[in-house]
Design a protein around this ligand. Structure first.
Ligand code: FE2
Length: 437
């Protein structure tokens, strides 16, 4: 279950709209972006999330007013992140076209020494950061707050899905707090650090090299529904007061990690405005749509955010959730059908049970069904759903999700050799008999 802790922080509402916020009244210039001298002699700095000439509806950028520009930093030295963070798919690996599943990834005994960056483990990835396509699916296993370490990912935006423990995300634009059941998206290039107030923490990350996540089109659903823009929350401006506070800035750049010392906190933005910002979202606010007549609908109705590719309707990545919901379909096999998809599906479970695999898929675990790999309900789920009395039924206390991609996910060496692979996974279908009469 999700924790009952309530986030009391202040936020701005909306997704990709023009936020404006100042930690000190008057710090935000009015009427222009870069006056000759900005209020309080702050440095104006632009960060863009799209090419300058991107279409207006896709154009994202923010203006930051800060005590020192980001260019003031020490020299970068190679840095070896402690975990198993990989970039892009290693296509030299021959991977059998079979379904894969992992038991919950255990937190290491020394989790208290490992922070969010060093605790990142890539389970599967596709595409390539330099060509700006594809995603990686990671699990973080960590227990240490980043304190005076900051991180910036030049390769990708990051979608954070905590499964155990809250995350307090301090970013250049302010502070976000998320708990299991909530998610956050940190744009490419935005500096942030993660504190772990609950100690040992685990969760999933989608590192998106491609087009930034946005709300999906709603088509005939209309102007409301699924994830509503107003339920996304961006931080208000906040900065660390202490001027001389040495930091280590870790940067991911072309799949490599670098670290540079800085003499001051990178969290020194006193005011900002614009439509590029980290956001959080509580999946409890997802307006779930389902069938009220018959059949199990396509899971695209559960899309929270989508990263489109160059082919319309064929996503670089869809972030899809399976939240609590009512099942009322008549004369219908209610769990997911057996299927083979052209898209590739990486799946995780935040809490509860997933209806197609009630026993075998555990919170903190993962599964991978790549393009055209057949899968579906296990034997137990099939038997149960085929014989169930079809009363309205609430699937409650459950939150599964998918990172679904048009590109085949390639599991990493860590995923295949170190992580607790469920080697018996395929057996969950072995008992499905020929029932033809
Ligand atoms: Fe599937």
């Amino acid at each position: 279950m999700s924790s009952s802790h309530t986030d009391q922080r202040q936020y701005q509402s909306g997704f990709g709209n023009e936020y404006a916020t100042e930690a000190v009244p008057g710090a935000l210039p009015r009427g222009r972006n870069s006056p000759q001298r900005a209020p309080f002699d702050l440095y104006p700095e632009l960060i863009s999330g799209s090419a300058f000439t991107a279409p207006r509806h896709e154009n994202r950028r923010s203006w930051l007013y800060r005590r020192r520009p980001s260019v003031v930093a020490g020299r970068y030295q190679p840095y070896r992140a402690g975990g198993d963070w990989r970039t892009g798919g290693d296509r030299t690996q021959a991977i059998a076209p079979e379904p894969l599943r992992w038991h919950p990834l255990p937190l290491p005994a020394n989790a208290a020494d490992i922070d969010f960056i060093d605790g990142m483990h890539t389970l599967a990835a596709n595409g390539d950061a330099d060509t700006q396509s594809g995603v990686a699916a990671h699990i973080y296993l960590a227990g240490r707050s980043m304190d005076r370490r900051a991180f910036v990912n030049a390769d990708a935006e990051m979608l954070l899905v905590p499964q155990q423990g809250r995350l307090v995300i301090t970013s250049e634009m302010g502070v976000l707090e998320i708990k299991p059941g909530e998610i956050a998206v940190v744009p490419r290039g935005v500096v942030f650090k993660v504190a772990l107030p609950d100690g040992a923490s685990r969760g999933y990350v989608c590192e998106n090299y491609g087009a930034q996540f946005r709300l999906p089109e709603l088509g005939p659903i209309g102007s409301n529904g699924l994830a509503n823009a107003r339920d996304f929350q961006a931080p208000v401006a906040a900065f660390e007061h202490e001027g001389a506070m040495p930091y280590e800035l870790v940067k991911k750049f072309g799949g490599h990690f670098w670290a540079a010392p800085t003499s001051h906190s990178p969290f020194n933005v006193v005011a900002w405005h614009g439509n590029l910002a980290p956001v959080k979202y509580d999946t409890a606010n997802f307006m779930t749509i389902g069938s009220i007549s018959f059949d199990h609908p396509d899971p695209s109705i559960f899309t929270v955010l989508t990263s489109p590719s160059d082919t319309p309707g064929t996503a670089n990545c869809d972030f899809v959730i399976f939240p609590p919901r009512w099942l009322v379909m008549e004369n219908t096999f209610r769990p997911p059908w057996y299927h083979r998809n052209v898209m590739s599906e990486f799946m995780g479970l935040v809490y509860g049970e997933y209806d197609a695999k009630p026993g075998g898929f555990k919170p903190g675990g993962a599964s991978l069904h790549n393009a055209m790999v057949p899968h579906g309900p296990d034997e137990e789920a099939f038997e149960k759903a085929s014989n169930a009395d079809l009363k309205p039924q609430k699937l409650d206390n459950t939150l599964a999700f998918m990172f679904e991609s048009r590109w085949r996910f390639i599991p990493t060496g860590f995923a295949l050799q170190t992580a607790p692979l469920d080697t018996d996974y395929a057996d969950c279908w072995a008992g499905l008999k020929d029932n033809f009469r």
